[in-house]
Write a protein that binds this ligand. Structure first.
Ligand code: ASP
Length: 333
C-alpha cells in the first residue's frame, strides 16, 4: 500500500470551528466565542485518517473578521517553520470565510516554500445541521496532498471546488457555493473518486515570489476608499492624515473615483503616496489609461478586487516606492 501524505493542519478559528447553541444556530454561534481547537476539529472527521497522516498545528482561534496583517505575518512564519520538516507534503489552513480570500492572497504572495498550501473554511458551524466544514477540511487535505497541487500557488477549497487564491472571492453571505473565481473559474474539483486539475495560474505566485516579508512585524499601511455617487475627498484626506503609505480607490466601475475624490487622490499621489485605482464591480480590468490614471500619477489595479489590490500594494511597498516599479508588480502578480 502507498504511504499516505503527511499534511499539517493549522487552525485559525472561524465558522469551520464554531460551536452553536443547537443544530439550527446558523448565525449567533459567533457570539459565544467558542471555537474548536484544530485537534478537536480534526477529531470530528475520522475519515481524514484514510487520506493523510495529519499533524495538527495550533495557531489561534478567532473569527476572521479579527485577522489582519500582523496575523498574516505570524501565520507565514508558522507555515515556513512547519514546511522546514521535509516529511510534510502539504499544509491546510482552516480559516473564517470573512477574510479568507485576503489571507489566502497574502500567502500566495509571501510563501516561499514549495509545499502546497490550501485554505479552507465553512459556511455553517461544526454544530449545525448540514455543516459543510468536515467535508471542506477533508477535501482541502486531499488537495494539499494531491500530486498535481505543486505550482498552483495557494489554493482555496470549499464546496468541492479548487480556486486560485488570486481569483477567488466570497460572493454570498450564507450560501455554501459562496466562493467563486469570477472571471476565470475554478482550477479543478475535489471529487469523490479523485482530485482533478484542469488549468494552472499564469500570474506569479508562491513559492516564486520576490517578496521576503517573513521577518517583518508589520506591513506598510494601505487603506481602501470606496467611491460612491457624490463622495467628497474627506476620507482620502483622513487616510493621508492617518499615515497611509498607499491608498486603493475602490472606484465606480469601470474604475474611477468621484471628481472630489480624484482631486484629493491626486494631491496624495503628488505627495508620494502610492494610489492604486481598482473597481468596485468585482470583475474585469481597470485599464491603465493615459488621461484617467497616468497623468494623475495613479496605478491601475488590473483585475484585482480592492481588497486584493490593497494586499499587493502593501507587498509592493516593502520593496519600492516607484510608481513604474509598482506597475510592473501589478502586471506580474
Ligand atoms: N464570521 C466568520 C469568520 O469569518 C464567518 C465564517 O467563518 O464563515 O470567522
Amino acid at each position: 500500500m502507498m504511504a499516505l501524505p503527511k499534511i499539517a493542519a493549522i487552525g485559525t478559528g472561524g465558522t469551520i470551528s464554531g460551536v452553536g447553541e443547537d443544530r439550527l444556530d446558523f448565525y449567533e454561534y459567533g457570539t459565544s466565542g467558542r471555537f474548536m481547537r484544530i485537534d478537536e476539529l480534526l477529531a470530528g472527521v475520522p475519515e481524514l485518517a484514510g487520506v493523510a497522516e495529519i499533524v495538527p498545528v495550533g495557531f489561534n482561534n478567532i473569527a476572521s473578521t479579527a485577522i489582519g496583517p500582523v496575523d498574516w505575518l505570524a501565520l507565514l512564519n508558522l507555515i515556513h517553520e512547519t514546511a522546514a520538516d521535509p516529511s510534510i507534503a502539504g499544509i491546510v489552513v482552516t480559516h473564517g470565510t470573512a477574510t479568507l480570500e485576503e489571507t489566502a492572497y497574502f500567502l500566495n504572495l509571501a510563501v516561499r516554500v514549495p509545499v502546497p498550501v490550501v485554505v479552507v473554511g465553512a459556511m455553517r458551524p461544526s454544530s449545525a445541521l448540514g455543516a459543510d466544514g468536515g467535508l471542506n477540511l477533508l477535501n482541502g487535505v486531499r488537495v494539499a496532498g494531491a500530486p498535481g497541487a505543486r505550482g498552483m500557488g495557494v489554493m482555496v477549497v470549499l464546496n468541492d471546488e479548487i480556486n486560485a487564491a488570486r481569483d477567488v472571492a466570497k460572493t454570498s453571505n450564507y450560501r455554501v457555493q459562496t466562493f467563486v473565481s469570477r472571471d476565470f473559474g475554478i482550477l479543478g474539483y475535489a471529487d469523490a473518486d479523485k482530485v482533478v486539475f484542469y488549468r494552472r495560474p499564469l500570474r506569479r505566485c508562491a513559492p516564486e515570489t520576490e517578496f521576503a516579508v517573513a521577518g517583518l512585524r508589520a506591513l506598510p499601511k494601505v487603506d481602501i476608499i470606496m467611491a460612491y455617487a457624490g463622495a467628497d475627498g474627506a476620507l482620502v484626506e483622513a487616510a493621508v492624515a492617518a499615515g497611509a503609505k498607499g491608498i486603493v480607490s475602490a472606484g465606480l466601475p469601470s474604475g474611477s473615483p468621484s471628481p472630489a475624490q480624484k482631486e484629493a487622490l491626486t494631491v496624495a499621489a503628488n505627495a508620494g503616496i502610492a494610489v492604486v485605482q481598482s473597481s468596485r464591480a468585482g470583475s474585469g480590468r481597470v485599464i491603465d489609461g493615459k488621461v484617467a490614471l497616468r497623468e494623475a500619477g495613479f496605478i491601475a489595479a488590473d483585475n484585482l478586487t480592492p481588497q486584493k489590490a490593497r494586499i499587493l500594494l502593501m507587498m509592493a511597498l516593502t520593496v519600492t516606492n516607484e510608481a513604474d516599479e509598482i506597475r510592473r508588480i501589478f502586471d506580474t502578480y
